[in-house]
Design a protein around this ligand. Structure first.
Ligand SMILES: [Zn+2]
Length: 95
């Protein structure tokens, strides 16, 4: 049996690596998360310095946020990060 996913409207903001009151759900990345930065304090996902990384609480627990990740607000108000390439492959802007 085949199914097609229903279109869902989501809210999203791109996090540019700047901590701001408007996006206060992105916190400073806990420095204890060394496993994300195995080499020279550079991120294993985006290769940028760990000092410009954020941290967000999701339904599945805390999650690292790389600069330029999109923060999606789901249909129940939950927030979670999404890599830019995945985001653009999955969503298109409507206004
Ligand atoms: Zn990163």
């Amino acid at each position: 049996v085949k199914f097609k996913k229903r279109p869902v409207i989501i809210e999203a903001e791109q996090w540019m690596g700047i901590f701001s009151p408007e996006m206060d759900w992105v916190a400073k990345c806990p420095t204890t998360k060394e496993s994300f930065f195995p080499e020279k304090d550079l991120c294993k996902h985006c290769t940028l310095s760990k000092t410009i990384h954020g941290w967000i609480e999701t339904l599945e627990g805390g999650h690292i946020v790389c600069p330029f990740d999109w923060i999606i607000t789901g249909i129940k108000g939950e927030k979670y990060p999404c890599k830019p390439d995945i985001f653009h492959a999955t969503y298109e802007r409507i206004d």
